[in-house]
Design a protein around this ligand. Structure first.
Ligand SMILES: NC(=O)c1ccc[n+]([C@@H]2O[C@H](COP(=O)([O-])OP(=O)(O)OC[C@H]3O[C@@H](n4cnc5c(N)ncnc54)[C@H](O)[C@@H]3O)[C@@H](O)[C@H]2O)c1
Length: 391
């Protein structure tokens, strides 16, 4: 398609979006990423050309797909994945289905020669996830996994502090993630899908969150070398989407410690059974020799060495220090877009122009690997080393 005002062209990329009626598929990927990019007129390349995504929604339920297509303003939908894969106009396959369904659909898409972009975890175990990496590499298609947390404004600010040398030597990272997910009792609906609490359906917070902590730690603080992880299923019963009581077979909380290359120690608490008394649903406190920082999803505050108060333990007196007042906000010196959208833009540019995209399916498999080793550590009650996955 050629723009009539100049010689620049529009590169249209047909994207099969599978699992798009779900929580992540609808909100983050379709509405806030793909449709947002379309309504902005596509992604402008340095050459002046424009990359325009053109989605086709795929799922099991035609009525749901038709309703979502109408709501989002999408022209194409189908209940037949094979039909969508056969159409050469569709060059990208995106998957946000339940985790346990991911690998087989992604494999069909690789066989059909589609570029792959998908949600994490990329498989139910390391072998399955790593196979997707090798298959996509052999087929020569572009490949990517969602690693949204590094695109959060709070973590972008943190990365900026790290790169500028603000911290000196980084000693430790404390991650607190979680919030109270209602059980579905007392007519208060749960705010996460019930499969999250059933191991046999790919649920569990270790599988879900250790994938994220892998790329956050590897990209910001140093490769994870070993870990211990203690999981727990604190709440044994919940109520599902149809109002039925079910037994929780998967962990709803995880307490994990990681040793990183370079000596930094990281500890992450992840929980769907915790009430929030902190700045955000995820906070990362980083303590370095020259200063500290606490990042949330959007904000990041710092306390440099020279502004560090000198507390003395004395429970008999009210503290003279207001510990949370003594921090400075890192300013918003740049505009921050939705993190999922930013990563989609990078991936679409990668497909259109071959520009770098570091978040490939090997990175996805590394996340699954950390989760799997976390489960092993919990089962065997010991430290577990993290072997390198071959490139
Ligand atoms: N990147 C992130 O921060 C993040 C956050 C949450 C979830 N996720 C991942 O995204 C994926 C989807 O999670 P979600 O929270 O959107 O789940 P969800 O239950 O809301 O959506 C699941 C999707 O899979 C489809 N599906 C296909 N076959 C199904 C079946 N047999 N049973 C049930 N659903 C079926 C559903 O129709 C729906 O479109 C998961 O792999 C999850 O781990 C990623």
């Amino acid at each position: 398609m050629t723009n009539s005002l100049n010689t620049n062209s529009v590169i249209t990329l047909g994207i099969i979006m599978n699992g798009v009626t779900g929580r992540m598929g609808t909100n983050q990927h379709l509405l806030r990423s793909i449709m947002a990019i379309r309504s902005e007129g596509g992604i402008k390349l340095p050459s002046g050309d424009v990359v325009m995504p053109d989605p086709i929604l795929v799922g099991r339920n035609g009525a749901k797909l038709a309703a979502l297509a109408a709501r989002a303003g999408v022209a194409r939908w189908t209940v037949s994945l094979s039909e969508a894969l056969e159409d050469p106009f569709n060059s990208i396959y995106f998957d946000a289905q339940l985790t346990k369904l991911r690998a087989s659909s992604v494999k069909s898409a690789i066989q059909a020669g589609k570029h792959i972009y998908c949600e994490k975890p990329t498989g139910v175990n390391t072998a399955e996830a790593y196979e997707l990496y090798t298959l996509a590499k052999q087929r020569g298609v572009c490949q990517g996994v969602v690693q949204d947390k590094v695109f959060l404004p709070g973590l972008i600010k943190l990365k900026w502090l790290i790169d500028s040398g603000y911290f000196g030597r980084i000693l430790s990272v404390r991650g607190e993630f979680g919030y109270w997910v209602f059980t579905g009792h007392d007519q208060i609906p749960a705010q996460r899908p019930s499969w999250n609490y059933r191991k046999e359906e790919g649920g569990g917070i270790i599988v879900d969150m250790l994938c994220h902590w892998r790329y956050v730690l590897d990209n910001l603080f140093g490769s994870v070398k070993s870990l211990t992880c203690l999981g727990a299923t604190h709440l044994p019963e919940r109520v599902d989407e149809d109002g039925n009581l079910y037994a929780c077979t998967a962990d709803d909380s995880a307490y994990a410690t990681f040793k990183l290359e370079g000596g930094t120690v990281a500890h992450f608490n992840s929980s769907w059974t915790v009430r929030v008394r902190r700045d955000d649903l995820l906070t990362l406190q980083v303590d370095g020799t020259n200063g500290s920082a606490v990042a949330g999803l959007r904000e990041c505050v710092i306390q440099p060495y020279n502004a560090t108060p000198r507390p003395v333990w004395n429970p008999d007196q009210e503290s003279s220090i207001d510990f949370s007042a003594n921090w400075m906000k890192v300013p918003n010196n740049q505009l921050f877009d939705n993190g999922f959208k930013s990563q989609w833009e990078l991936f679409l540019k990668h497909v259109a122009t071959g520009s770098p995209f570091p978040y490939d399916l090997r990175e996805g498999a590394k996340g699954v690997q950390l989760a799997e080793l976390g489960m092993q550590s919990w089962a065997e009650q010991r430290w577990v080393d993290v072997p390198e996955l071959e490139r």
